[in-house]
Design a protein around this ligand. Structure first.
Ligand code: G6P
Length: 611
C-alpha cells in the first residue's frame, strides 16, 4: 500500500528518497513521485505511473538535486493510477504534500476550497490537504502552526509529510491512523511510513504516536502530541542487520521466505519452551494470572492471518476447552457484538498496522473484554503498542506480498498460546503437553523435510499452469490450511482457487468438478482420513484430477488421475504448520511458470493501512 519517504540534509537526498521508495515497493503500488526544493530554492517534482524504476529513469534523464524532499508510492483509492493522481500534490508552486490513508470528508473540503478559488488538478482525496494547508498559511505564518490547524479539519486516516519552498529549513509530518517513523541521522533527519525504507541511512528511529505532529530540521526535531503539547518520544535502536531484507541467492523474496521457515520457527520458539512445558511468562509477566480467568476467546484478523486464527479455533476448543470465535476484522468492526463474560480478545497480524484489525482492537477496548493480546511480527507496530499483551513471532521482515513465514510462525505462536492455556486450565495431561512441546522442538527439522519435497512439487505444478480453476479440500484443522493454499494460488498465479471443507463437496462444488479442475487435498493421518478417502472417490468418479498431500502412513497411494505426495509423519495437532509448506511451494512454482510478478502481484498490497 502507499509509502512515504522524506529527508532533510545538507547533501543531495534525491537518491536516498528513490532508494527508500524501492524498499517500500513490496507493499504494492501503482505510481510513484518525488518533490525536492532545488539549489535555487524552487519546488520541483517528478511523477510516473508504474514502477519506481520509471521514476528513477526520469530522474537520471533530468536530475532533481535538493537537500529537502518528500517521495511517495501510491496505491490508488480515489482516482485511477495516473501521473496527475500520483503524489506529491502541490498547492501553488511552493507547497507539496504526500499522504497515506483516506480523508473521509474530502468532498466537503473540496467544495469549500473550490469556493475559495482553489483549482484541483487530480481526483485524489489528498489534494484537499495541500490546498487546505495553503489556505491555513494565510492565517498562520509558521508551517507547523498551519499544519496543526489544518489537521483539525481532516476526518479519516492520514500519515502525511509536507515541504514548503517558503520555509526550506524544515520537513513537517503528521500521523493519525497511518504509521510514520522518524529516522535519526547525524546532521540530517529522515521520515518514512516504514523503517525498512530508511535502513540504508540509519538504525535509530522514533515512532510517531496517534495525533503527533513533527517538525524535522537538519540538527533537531520538535514533536507535539494530539493536544498540541510539546512531547518527547523514545528512540529505538534497531539491531537486526539491514541486509535481512535482501533476496540473497533466491530468485524471489517469496521463495527465500518459504525457505527461511525452519530457522524462523526456531526463533519463534526460542526462550518460550521449558523442558516439558510452555513458559506462559512468554506472554508477559501478568499472563499467568490472566490466563486463569479466561472463559472464552475472540480472534480477529485479516487475510492469511485470519486463516491462522481459524486453525487456532480448532486447537483452543480441542486442547484448552475454550469456546472460540474467529472473524475477519472488516466484518467484526461494523456490527454490534455480544461479548461473553471473561473473553480474551486476540488480534493476529504480520504487520501490526492493518487498518481493519487495528480499528477492531480499538473498538474492543471500549467493550467488556477481559484483556487484549496480539500475535504479531512487528514489535514496534501499533497493534503491539496498543494491546495489553503481545507475543512477537520474530519471523523477520516479510517482503513478498503473499504471506508465508509470517503464517507458519503465527501458527507456532498460537500453538504456544493454546498449550499455555491448557496448562493453566488443566485441560491436557502433563504427558500430552510434553509430547506436543517435543513435537514443536522437532518442527524445524520436519519443515526442512517438507522443503526437500520442492522438486516433486515443482513437477506437479506443471499440471496447473494451463488451468483456470482449482479446488482445495481439507477437513478439521486442514480446512483452514486448504483455504490458505487457495489464497496463495489466487494471489500470485491469478488462477481462481476455492477452498471447501471436504464434507461440503457434495453440497455444491462437486457440480464444477471435471478434468479441467484439479482438486488439491491435504490429508494427514487422523480419524478423518477415511471420510476424506470417500470424498476423493467422489471427485475421481467425476473425472476430476486429484493431487493429494498425505501422511506416508495414511494408506493413500497413486492411482490413475490421483497423485499422492507423501508427507513426513507428524503429530496431527502440528500437521497444519507442516502441510502449509508444500502448498506455498505449489503456488510459487505455478506463478513462476505463468510468469506473474511473484513478489508484487497485481492489485495487492503487503500492508493494508486503509479500509
Ligand atoms: C494483506 C496482505 C496479506 C495479509 C493481510 C493481513 O492483504 O497482502 O498477505 O495476510 O494483508 O495483514 P496483516 O499484516 O494484518 O497480517
Amino acid at each position: 500500500m502507499c509509502g512515504i519517504v522524506g529527508a532533510i540534509a545538507e547533501r543531495n537526498v534525491s537518491a536516498i528518497l528513490i532508494e527508500g521508495l524501492k524498499r517500500l515497493e513490496y507493499r504494492g503500488y501503482d505510481s510513484a513521485g518525488v518533490a525536492l526544493i532545488n539549489t535555487s530554492g524552487q519546488l520541483k517534482r517528478a511523477r510516473r505511473t508504474g514502477k519506481v524504476a520509471e521514476l528513477e529513469g526520469a530522474l537520471e534523464a533530468s536530475p532533481l538535486p535538493g537537500s529537502l524532499g518528500i517521495a511517495h508510492t501510491r496505491w490508488a483509492t480515489h482516482g485511477v493510477p495516473s501521473e496527475a493522481n500520483a503524489h506529491p500534490h502541490f498547492s501553488g508552486d511552493s507547497l507539496a504534500v504526500v499522504h497515506n490513508g483516506i480523508i473521509e470528508n474530502h468532498e466537503v473540503l473540496r467544495d469549500e476550497l473550490k469556493a475559495l478559488g482553489y483549482v484541483f488538478t487530480s481526483q485524489t482525496d489528498t489534494e484537499v490537504i495541500v490546498h487546505l494547508l495553503h489556505h491555513k498559511l494565510k492565517q498562520f505564518d509558521d508551517l507547523a502552526d498551519a499544519l496543526k490547524a489544518a489537521v483539525q479539519e481532516l476526518h479519516g486516516a492520514y500519515g502525511l509529510a509536507v515541504i514548503s519552498a517558503a520555509q526550506p529549513d524544515r520537513l513537517l509530518a503528521a500521523r493519525s491512523g497511518s504509521p510514520l517513523v522518524i529516522g535519526l541521522g547525524i546532521g540530517e533527519n529522515f521520515l518514512a511510513s516504514d523503517p525498512l525504507a530508511l535502513r540504508q541511512v540509519t538504525d535509530r528511529f522514533v515512532y510517531l504516536e496517534e495525533g503527533d505532529i513533527v517538525e524535522l530540521r537538519r540538527e533537531s526535531l520538535q514533536l507535539w502530541d494530539s493536544q498540541g503539547e510539546p512531547v518527547e518520544r523514545e528512540t529505538v535502536q534497531f539491531k537486526d542487520s539491514a541486509e535481512a531484507a535482501d533476496k540473497g541467492q533466491y530468485r524471489h523474496y517469496m521463495l527465500k521466505e518459504i525457505h527461511e521457515q525452519p530457522a524462523v520457527v526456531q526463533r519463534t520458539l526460542e526462550g518460550r519452551l521449558g523442558q516439558q512445558q510452555v513458559l506462559s511468562s512468554a506472554f508477559g509477566a501478568e499472563a499467568d494470572a490472566l490466563f486463569k480467568q479466561i472463559k472464552a476467546v475472540q480472534i480477529i484478523a485479516c487475510g492469511t492471518s485470519y486463516h491462522a486464527g481459524m486453525v487456532a479455533r480448532y486447537w483452543l476448543e480441542d486442547l484448552a476447552k475454550l469456546p472460540c470465535q474467529v472473524e475477519v476484522a472488516s466484518e467484526y468492526r461494523y456490527r454490534p457484538v455480544v461479548v461473553q463474560d471473561s473473553t480474551l480478545f486476540i488480534t493476529i497480524s504480520q504487520s501490526g498496522e492493518t487498518a481493519d484489525t487495528l480499528a477492531a482492537l480499538r473498538m474492543a477496548k471500549e467493550l467488556n473484554y477481559l484483556a487484549s493480546l496480539t500475535i504479531c511480527n512487528v514489535g514496534t507496530s501499533s497493534l503491539v503498542r496498543e494491546s495489553d499483551l503481545a507475543l512477537l513471532t520474530n519471523a523477520g521482515p516479510e517482503i513478498g506480498v503473499a504471506s508465508t513465514k509470517a503464517f507458519t510462525t503465527q501458527l507456532v505462536g498460537l500453538q504456544l498460546l493454546t498449550l499455555a492455556l491448557a496448562q493453566t486450565r488443566g485441560t491436557l495431561s502433563a504427558a500430552r503437553v510434553a509430547e506436543l512441546v517435543a513435537g514443536l522442538r522437532q518442527l524445524p527439522n520436519k519443515l526442512e523435510e517438507a522443503l526437500a519435497m520442492d522438486t516433486v512439487v515443482e513437477q506437479v505444478s506443471q499440471r496447473f499452469a494451463e488451468k483456470h480453476h482449482t479446488l482445495f479440500l481439507g477437513r478439521g484443522t486442514q480446512y483452514p490450511v486448504a483455504m490458505e493454499g487457495a489464497l496463495k494460488l489466487k494471489e500470485i498465479s491469478y488462477i481462481h482457487a476455492e477452498a471447501y471443507p471436504a464434507g461440503e463437496l457434495k453440497h455444491g462444488p462437486l457440480a464444477l468438478v471435471d478434468s479441467d479442475m484439479p482438486v488439491v487435498t491435504v490429508a494427514p493421518n487422523n480419524e478423518l482420513v477415511e471420510k476424506l478417502k470417500s470424498n476423493l472417490q467422489e471427485v475421481r468418479a467425476r473425472g476430476g484430477e486429484l493431487i493429494v498431500f498425505a501422511d506416508k502412513q495414511a494408506g493413500l497411494h497413486d492411482e490413475e488421475g490421483c497423485s499422492v505426495i507423501a508427507m513426513p509423519h507428524i503429530d496431527d495437532i502440528l500437521a497444519p504448520i507442516l502441510y502449509t509448506v508444500p502448498l506455498q511451494l505449489l503456488s510459487y512454482h505455478v506463478a513462476v511458470l505463468k510468469g506473474t510478478d511473484v513478489d508484487q502481484p497485481r492489485n495487492l498490497a503487503k500492508s493494508v493501512t486503509v479500509e
